[in-house]
Write a protein that binds this ligand. Structure first.
Ligand code: PHE
Length: 327
């Protein structure tokens, strides 16, 4: 009996020397000694085999062994447990916390804010108008001839026979002039819709900022100067821009402004503009012999594309976080 007890003790000593660090291994070591079929249980089971007069002495020995092994084992695993706990003590509390991820400002919103800030700083007010409008405000009052191609189903989303999703923010020129006496100086941001071929630079939905200035002595020089000033503020003084003659039914003369796109190595149109056609003034009851004005309509996505080097307009409308997170 004495030898068996000593053998258990020795084996235990050896296991202590290579005490495991893994919790599951500690558990299996525990059952090796203290489990139902463990070494101690086996010792107790041998009690029946020894002579009755030796039993009390042997029992005491085994009990003492059990007590000792339990103490050592508990201390050892507590040490392990403590070490595991103490790793939390190594945390560097001066490290910055994990940042809460919040949304980002959409590049169209960001660009629009810049555009508004620039025009507001030179005396423009901001107005808004309807996205769903009648044919009269979107086309007729803007001097579109009755059979102009822009009215046909190719370009325009019709809601009813005479109701359209506006194809430009120019409809608000008419609403403004119908409701306000001159002089006026407004920008009008908003969504516009076109039923046209989708490509890297055209989408069925996009955003414009309309500009309308009406006063007694307004010339094409005012238009050019204002737009040049705007372009330099939004793109910086090194920007390459050009005015290109163009046509719109509601302005005469008309022009478009192109910006050199370094990324694509080509010109990209960002706006249409011109002097308000006298026929438009007549339609809203302004005397064209007294009042003159200019108007422009710029594309927000196009400006954002140039500013941020975005090569496909469709990205603005896909809600892809990988794209949006970059702004
Ligand atoms: N409405 C025109 C367009 O959508 C742009 C424009 C606005 C042109 C104002 C001239 C004056 O293309």
């Amino acid at each position: 009996m004495q030898e068996t007890i000593e053998a258990v003790w020795k084996a235990f000593q050896a296991d202590l020397d290579s005490f495991p660090t893994d919790r599951r291994e500690v558990d299996s070591l525990k059952s090796k000694y203290f489990g139902r079929n463990g070494a101690l249980a086996k010792l107790f089971s041998q009690m029946g085999k020894i002579a009755p007069e030796e039993r009390p002495g042997a029992g005491k020995l085994i009990n003492d062994l059990k007590k000792e092994l339990t103490e050592i084992f508990d201390a050892k695993s507590a040490e392990l447990f403590y070490n595991a706990e103490s790793t939390t003590e190594n945390v560097d509390y001066t490290l910055p916390g994990e940042t809460q991820r919040i949304g980002t400002i959409h590049p169209v919103t960001k660009t629009l804010k810049e555009i508004k800030d620039i025009f507001k700083s030179i005396g423009f007010m901001v107005a808004y108008g309807p996205e769903i409008d009648d044919d009269y405000h979107n086309f007729t009052a803007l001097n579109f001839p009755q059979h102009h191609p822009a009215r046909d189903m190719q370009d325009t989303f019709f809601i009813q026979e005479n109701v359209v999703l506006r194809t430009h923010t120019s409809n608000v020129q008419i609403h403004l002039m119908e409701n306000t006496n001159p002089p006026l100086r407004y920008i009008v941001p908003g969504r516009v819709y076109r039923n046209e071929a989708i490509s890297f630079k055209s989408y069925c939905l996009f955003h414009q900022v309309e500009g309308l200035v009406v006063d007694k002595y307004i010339s094409f020089a005012d238009l050019k100067g204002t737009l040049e000033y705007f372009v330099k503020r939004i793109f910086g003084n090194d920007v390459r821009m050009r005015f290109r003659p163009s046509f719109f039914p509601f302005t005469e003369p008309s022009a478009e402004v192109d910006i050199w796109d370094d990324k694509r190595q080509q010109w990209l149109e960002i706006l249409g503009c011109g002097m308000v056609d006298p026929a438009v003034f007549e339609n809203v009851g302004y005397d064209p012999n007294i009042w003159h004005g200019y108007a422009f309509g710029l594309g927000i996505e196009r400006i954002a594309m140039l500013k941020y080097g975005i090569t496909d307009i469709r990205l603005f409308f896909q809600g892809d976080k990988r794209f949006l997170e970059q702004f």
